[in-house]
Design a protein around this ligand. Structure first.
Ligand SMILES: Cc1cc2nc3c(=O)[nH]c(=O)nc-3n(C[C@H](O)[C@H](O)[C@H](O)COP(=O)(O)OP(=O)(O)OC[C@H]3O[C@@H](n4cnc5c(N)ncnc54)[C@H](O)[C@@H]3O)c2cc1C
Length: 424
């Protein structure tokens, strides 16, 4: 078994593709009897060892689809294995959509929410915040329904698959809307100077900082009533050729020849300003065919300027070279116990390297800076934090662990990675 990036490679002793809640219960009960560890895969798009096991492995690809639509409440209940792409298309049929999404839609609903997957926008929260209810089979094989009235609500909405297996999720949606997407390049200092004003004025702001040439690919999205733009040939060329095929070739050449500065210039020359309008579930996702490693940390938003400047200095001083950008996004605070945005408006810094590059020196150096600034890592992206680090940055970490022990007294969900997180 491999994850999307291929940095995880493992062989489970048995693989199940359950279709129903009842099958989930049976598998969990047999794991308790046989004292086996179970890990569940949504779409395998995480970099951390969350899904790794040499024992029982569950694929949720057969647990997909909408179960119930409540137009009045604007909620949709779907099976937890439903891919975000399918969920988006099905919701749109009922004139409903997610208020925010990340930059791909290949993940499952259960996997995306369980790791705190987020998009960007000062007034918008991460996806788990849209959960109004869920059903989970816990580590005792019991079926538990959890909604706003439950004491488990804020623990269960984001639990990295450590409390149980979620069979269905009810998402609170908004009426479908169109987005106008504008992307353009500019000098990074210019982008940083305008950041605060843009952040307040636009629904979404995202910056991709390319450190080798000190430029930014800035992306702004706003709601619009204008007509959907048809994908012209130029746009298709850009998406398929420039953003994926050409990008992969340039990365290959740069990492094998070390000519980063020159190739970064070539790359920048291929990027032209773009505008497109589409319904939100089609506007958010982009194609991501080029494989990369990623580490992403959440910080209090007021740390943006000082930390970004420290990161830039460290990159220059150590001469770290990669064509991949640092992605900067913003997320509104929430009340979910293990959410990186727990009780703080946040800035996210995501660091990338091309898949064949040695990511460790770069990630280790930047992680030190992020860690000492109250950084909380994205649960699905590479990091080195352990229980003691989490206790320092998550005020509700111990409360979460109490519920974890109650839900999974036999530790059937604890693989090595989760044992490090919870210190058992
Ligand atoms: C190309 C790419 C782009 C990305 N873009 C973004 C982005 O824009 N924003 C962002 O925040 N993240 C992003 N991510 C990270 C990604 O959203 C998360 O890693 C997410 O968890 C992946 O979802 P998945 O369905 O693949 O889950 P998996 O990686 O398969 O699983 C993640 C965790 O969820 C658990 N899980 C899955 N299903 C269930 C269930 N039904 N019940 C209980 N636990 C479950 C698993 O056991 C595991 O612990 C991106 C990743 C990639 C590879």
């Amino acid at each position: 078994m491999r994850n999307w990036a291929g940095n995880l490679n493992f062989t489970p002793s048995i693989v199940f593709n359950p279709k129903t809640k009842e099958e989930l219960k049976k598998i969990i009960k047999s794991a308790i009897e046989e004292k086996k560890v179970i890990r569940t895969r949504g779409s395998g798009h995480s970099w951390t060892g969350l899904i790794e096991t040499n024992q029982i492995f569950l694929h949720l690809d057969d647990m997909q689809g909408v179960i119930e639509v409540n137009s009045k409440e604007q909620t949709i209940k779907a099976m937890a294995g439903t891919k975000l792409s399918l969920f988006g298309d099905e919701s749109f049929k009922h004139n409903l959509s997610l208020p925010n999404q990340g930059d791909i839609n290949k993940q499952s609903l259960g996997g995306a929410t369980s790791t705190g997957t987020h998009g960007t926008g000062l007034r918008l929260q991460s996806m788990a915040n849209q959960i109004s209810a869920l059903t989970m089979i816990n580590g005792k094989g019991e079926e538990i329904f959890i909604d706003q009235t439950s004491p488990y609500f804020e623990a269960a909405r984001l639990s990295i698959g450590s409390l149980g297996i979620i069979s269905d999720i009810t998402m609170k949606l908004v009426p479908s809307y169109k987005l106008k997407v504008n992307t353009f390049t500019e000098n990074i200092d210019e982008a940083v100077k305008k950041c605060e004003e843009r952040l307040h004025r636009n629904r979404h702001l995202e910056m991709f900082y390319f450190p080798v040439g000190d430029w930014s690919l800035t992306k702004i999205m706003n709601e619009t009533n204008e007509e959907v733009s048809t994908k012209n040939l130029f746009h298709q060329f850009n998406e398929v050729f420039v953003e994926n095929w050409l990008y992969r070739q340039l990365n290959k050449i740069a990492s094998s020849t070390g000519k980063y500065k020159l190739i970064d210039k070539v790359m920048q020359s291929f990027v032209s300003p773009e505008e497109k309008i589409d319904w939100s579930h089609r506007a958010y996702p982009t194609e991501r065919d080029v494989k990369f490693m990623e580490m992403e940390y959440n910080l209090p938003i007021d740390k943006f300027h000082s930390v970004f400047s420290e990161m830039r200095q460290a990159i220059k001083k150590n001469n770290f070279q990669t064509l991949l950008p640092i992605e900067i996004r913003f997320v509104k605070k929430d009340s979910i116990w293990l959410s990186p945005s727990f009780e703080r408006d946040s800035v996210y810094f995501a660091i990338h390297t091309y898949i064949t590059e040695d990511y460790r020196p770069y990630f280790d150096c930047i992680e030190e800076i992020l860690k000492k600034n109250q950084g909380r890592p994205h649960w699905g992206k590479w990091h080195t934090l352990k229980k003691n680090d989490f206790l320092k940055v998550y005020p509700k970490f111990e409360d979460f662990m109490k519920i974890r022990n109650e839900f999974d007294p036999n530790g059937i969900f604890l693989n090595n990675h989760l044992k490090e997180i919870f210190g058992v």
